[in-house]
Design a protein around this ligand. Structure first.
Ligand code: MG
Length: 321
């Protein structure tokens, strides 16, 4: 689901330009043109963190989730890009002084066991089976058979995850979790809709397999609520939707305090990758890019060893002609 990706360009007072990608389609553009632009041009704040605060404060009565943070994401990323370019540093270098890794391990989102086997042959550390096509109340045995045949093809040592895309309920999720537990599954992702926090908390407590979520959660406050209710064991923020890099930095800190792993949604795309490299020293893992993320130049090379971290100024992105 593309959720209406939008391209944002900002120009600093120094003349430096930056490019960001957000979400929300034409509505997101409208939020930027009618609200965010005005509040940024009218402020005397100037760091990326301060400008993010200005945007969030200005929209807090009506924009704490969804469309507004998706628009803010694009602006925030463009600001970070311009800031990095203006000081001649990559976003990775803005986030840490630690020498960078050259490649990061990746996982591929796949739809069946044959695709999973190909992905691992290509060097992926893990695969995630997208199982939305089995419907809202799949028979646990059907999912069990898919996971069993995938585990047979991959052997041991490669992680398998499952993405239900918010379609299941508590009973279905627990039944599937018990069915597939013997195949060493790393997480079940978005088993129920993102607003069903109590169901998430129940599942995260009772499922033998860790629960992942957050692809459709927003801003620091949203992730603080997920952590406080112990809703998930893995956060999966999407940097182009959740509020941008500034929010993602907050999310890593919340996760560290709560003992939660962070594996950003489509993390091998250029906006998330520097944060994964800089902020996760324990278990970095970058999800495969989406084919529809094609509006900018600067996608990282994927090699059998992993995805390569680029250190060009900003996010290393440029506009496609
Ligand atoms: Mg997902």
């Amino acid at each position: 689901m593309t959720l209406g990706q939008i391209l944002v360009e900002v120009t600093l007072a120094s003349g430096e330009k930056g490019i960001g990608v957000g979400g929300g389609g034409k509505s997101g553009v409208h939020v930027i043109d009618t609200v965010l632009k005005e509040c940024l041009l009218g402020t005397d704040r100037d760091t990326p963190h301060q400008l993010h605060r200005v945007m969030c404060d200005h929209t807090s009565f009506y924009g704490r989730k969804g469309l507004v943070p998706m628009a803010i994401s694009g602006v925030d990323l463009a600001i970070w890009d311009a800031y990095g370019k203006s000081v001649g540093k990559s976003v990775y270098e803005l986030l840490t002084d630690v020498p960078p890794p050259t490649v990061l391990p990746m996982y591929q989102t796949v739809f069946d066991d044959a695709e999973a086997e190909l992905a691992v042959k290509d060097g992926k550390q893990a695969v995630k089976l997208h199982v939305e096509r089995f419907g809202d109340r799949p028979k646990p045995e059907v999912i069990g058979e898919l996971v069993r045949s995938t585990r047979m093809r991959l052997g041991e040592g490669k992680a398998i995850m499952l993405d239900a895309f918010g379609r299941w309920n508590v009973d279905t999720t627990l039944a599937v979790a018990h069915e597939i537990n013997q195949y060493d599954v790393e997480w079940i992702e978005e088993p129920v809709r993102p607003d069903q926090l109590e169901d998430y908390a129940t599942l995260n407590r009772e499922s033998p397999i860790p629960i992942a979520g957050g692809e459709h959660e927003y801003l620091e406050e949203g992730f603080l609520a997920l952590a406080a209710s112990k809703a998930v064991s893995v956060f999966q923020p999407d940097i182009n939707w959740c509020g941008g890099l500034t929010s993602l930095i907050h999310i890593y800190r919340i996760a560290e305090d709560a003992g939660i792993r962070v594996v950003p949604h489509r993390g091998s795309e250029p906006y998330s990758l520097p944060a994964i490299a800089a902020l996760d020293r324990e278990q970095p893992l970058a999800e495969s890019a989406r084919s529809w993320f094609d509006c900018i130049n600067g996608m990282a090379e994927v090699t059998p060893a992993g995805v390569e971290l680029l250190l060009s100024p900003g996010f290393g992105v440029s506009l496609k002609p």
